[in-house]
Design a protein around this ligand. Structure first.
Ligand code: SF4
Ligand code: SF4
Length: 415
């Protein structure tokens, strides 16, 4: 797929702005779905605006400059515009698909901003985007590293964050407690290539995805289990785009496994709200390429003849399992206005925080205000990286809220 392949879809964009709003708005205050347009306040920052930029770039009427690059990368590739557009217009435009191709084109043109190039260089030379010198296998040094007939435990970038290690060890404890047949890949784990894909370096993403798969196959696993929302989304959504075939290997998120196999030993009566991370939510919807033909009826009415009936609205993400895990502790969930596929991104994803920290913080602040509007003082999210980013912004802004990852929340509830 290239930008050229998306020309017809781009032409279909009618500038209706559905991509700026949640499909079913409960309140105007929390009706936006796109943190980029909220930050930039010009149409060019929206999903539809990026489609026009891509069209203009392809036809040589848009040039590169810092402002143009800000409209593209002050964006967390969160998929909200895809949900907003497709809930109203089905597969007519699919702005997220164009955003991925736009990013690939900018990378090929050598125009990727320095802050994002640095992430790619770190991935190539240090094996992780932040250039951490912690060794990937250190968190799992005390675990066995043989083969398995069932589960390969993949932890993603949490391996480089010592603050997340207690959560990883608690997950290992849960697997042990359930007598699961599993192996932690540890030092053998390879970056999944998800960030490289989001930054448009498709060759690097493909080579990482292939190396990742080879290591899983070496372990003998039939299933991949991960607590990392980023890895989970990459496996379900990006691998098929890269032609890396995971068939025969089931991919499960830790929350799904926990909902089925574990029961908290201690209870809490806390009231919390739950943040659907984009990556466990709409971005983990399995990718199905559009397959069909364009035609006309009655001489001039343009129609699409689709060979399969699968539409992607974002509602095939994982939404129920983490809620079940939270509720099993006895906690009550007060839902925010924007949930499930209409969730609002915290602004962290796709290198957005490295490129434009102000954008990233503004998205987080919006989300924290929404969480506080529920009356809950604790926000739980499956994604430890979202939790860390949201808590940093909450602390800086003096907002009275505690943000906890699902594993950390479960852990503290069991203490
Ligand atoms: S991307 Fe979709 S929702 Fe946004 S302006 Fe274009 S057609 Fe409308
Ligand atoms: S991916 Fe998210 S931040 Fe980027 S344009 Fe779409 S909705 Fe906005």
């Amino acid at each position: 797929m290239t930008l050229q392949d998306r020309e017809l879809s781009m032409k279909n964009c009618m500038r209706c702005s559905f991509c700026k709003w949640v499909p079913s708005m409960n309140t105007e205050e929390f009706g936006h779905i796109c943190p980029s347009i909220r930050y930039g306040k010009f149409h060019s920052y929206s999903g539809g605006g990026k489609v026009i930029t891509a069209f203009g770039l392809m036809h040589g009427v848009v040039d590169y400059d810092n402002k143009m690059l800000d409209t593209v990368y002050a964006c967390s590739a969160c998929g909200g515009c895809g949900t907003g557009c497709s809930a109203n217009l089905s597969d007519l435009v699919e702005p997220m698909e164009t955003i991925y191709e736009l990013r690939a084109r900018i990378f090929k043109d050598g125009q990727l901003p320095d802050a994002l190039n640095a992430l790619l260089n770190n991935l190539k030379f240090a094996g992780n985007p932040q250039g951490s010198t912690v060794s990937r296998g250190e968190w799992a040094e005390d675990l066995g590293h043989g083969t398995t007939n069932d589960i390969a435990l993949i932890v993603g970038e949490a391996a480089f964050d010592q603050l997340q290690w207690p959560q990883l060890h608690s997950l290992v404890g849960l697997l042990d407690g359930a007598n699961a047949d599993f192996v932690a890949l540890g030092a053998n784990e390879v970056d999944c290539g998800g960030l490289a894909y989001e930054l448009g370096d498709v060759d690097l993403a493909t080579s990482l995805a292939k190396a990742f798969l080879a290591k899983v196959q070496e372990s003998g696993a039939r299933r991949i289990l991960t607590q990392s929302d980023a890895v989970f989304a990459a496996l379900r959504n990006y691998f098929p785009r890269l032609g890396v075939d995971l068939s025969g290997i089931e991919v499960i998120h830790a929350s799904e496994w926990m909902a089925e196999h574990t029961r908290p030993t201690k209870s809490t009566n806390e009231t919390v709200t739950y943040h659907d991370s984009c990556k466990l939510g709409r971005l983990s919807e399995p990718y199905v390429p559009w397959d069909g033909e364009h035609d006309t009826e009655m001489g001039s009415i343009w129609v699409r003849r689709q060979r399969h009936v699968k539409h992607r609205y974002g509602n095939d993400g994982v939404y129920d399992a983490p809620r079940k895990v939270i509720e099993a502790t006895g906690a009550t969930i007060f839902e925010m206005p924007r949930i499930r596929e209409a969730s609002y991104c915290c602004g962290l994803n796709a290198g957005a925080k490295d490129f434009n920290p102000d954008f990233s913080a503004s998205a987080a602040k919006d989300r924290l205000n929404e969480a506080l509007s529920t009356g809950a003082k604790t926000m739980v999210t499956s994604c430890a990286d979202c939790a860390c980013h949201l808590q940093q912004v909450a602390d800086r802004e003096g907002m009275d809220i505690k943000v906890s990852s699902l594993l950390a929340f479960t852990q503290s509830a069991e203490e």
